[in-house]
Write a protein that binds this ligand. Sequence first.
Ligand SMILES: Nc1ncnc2c1ncn2[C@@H]1O[C@H](COP(=O)(O)OP(=O)(O)OP(=O)(O)O)[C@@H](O)[C@H]1O
Ligand SMILES: [Mg+2]
Length: 305
Amino acid sequence: MEHAVSTRELTRVFGSFTAVDRLSIDIRQGEIYGFLGPNGSGKSTTIRMLCGILKPTAGSGTVLGFDLVREAEKIKRKIGYMSQKFSLYEDLTVYENLDFYAGLYGIPHRERKKRIGEMIDLAFLNGRERTLTAHLSGGFKQRLALGCAIISRPAILFLDEPTSGISPTSRRNFFRIIQRLANEGTTVMVTTHFMDEAERCHRIAFLSEGRLIADDTPDNLKNSVIEGCLVELDIPGALERVEEIAGLPYVKECSIHGRLLHVLLAAESQVEELSRQTGGRAKVIRPSLEDVFVFLTRKEKRRGS
Ligand SMILES: Nc1ncnc2c1ncn2[C@@H]1O[C@H](COP(=O)(O)OP(=O)(O)OP(=O)(O)O)[C@@H](O)[C@H]1O
Ligand SMILES: [Mg+2]
């Protein structure tokens, strides 16, 4: 088996609306594969098809070598899945929730205690075994949900926005666990809106209106999407001057980053001219993933309109 996930022209239509449009992706084993895109771009719909929960309308795919359409039941049993609205039993303790999921996955009784202990360690839940789930903070709940999703030691894990609504510290802790799992060979497909998380993925796919518009490593995306010289422009009243600067003949793109502007020029020789003409301070910078996504999204909008 070469790929943990492989799809060809995978499509899902709801009525007359195409939510996922001929998606072809390959995910290698042990890879952390980030799935990014604006709200409604089809990320959750794709994950639900890959988990065998939602039937594709057209196209094909395999997960762990099993066919998405014909072997959906097998897939469901082999994977770990944590949905955007994961469900824990609030009136059970941490231990009881893990025990419940262990039962659901058919883990034999004699093995359960050990397995639950492993999950408690992995999810940093030590000392909270007897805490009622309702009394846990968001970050702890998220990690418990992860523990429940992987108690069966799945070879592949699907995470749909696992870190939305938790503190930055909790997000970092959560992602550390993900990285550890991947290092140990688990394939992870994760959707996120956070660029710092995207940065830690081995590979990133970017969806727009159901279509794949980029699929590469973070470094390659930064080098290939941003064609030209990216400049940070420090200028008073930046917000009011975006349009004016975007309209300059040698400016390809201009976007707001906090109180600064990011300006894409065709060549480095134009940096001085930009400074002179706008009265701002211009500094050449390395593109971030954030820049990549701003530019990708704009390019798509222009293409569509
Ligand atoms: N069961 C359904 N019936 C009709 N439309 C649906 C259904 N499920 C999803 N959609 C539509 O398909 C599109 C893609 O939805 P999806 O949930 O996959 O997006 P997403 O990328 O996960 O967005 P978000 O970032 O907000 O989670 C949306 O326009 C959504 O309204
Ligand atoms: Mg979603």
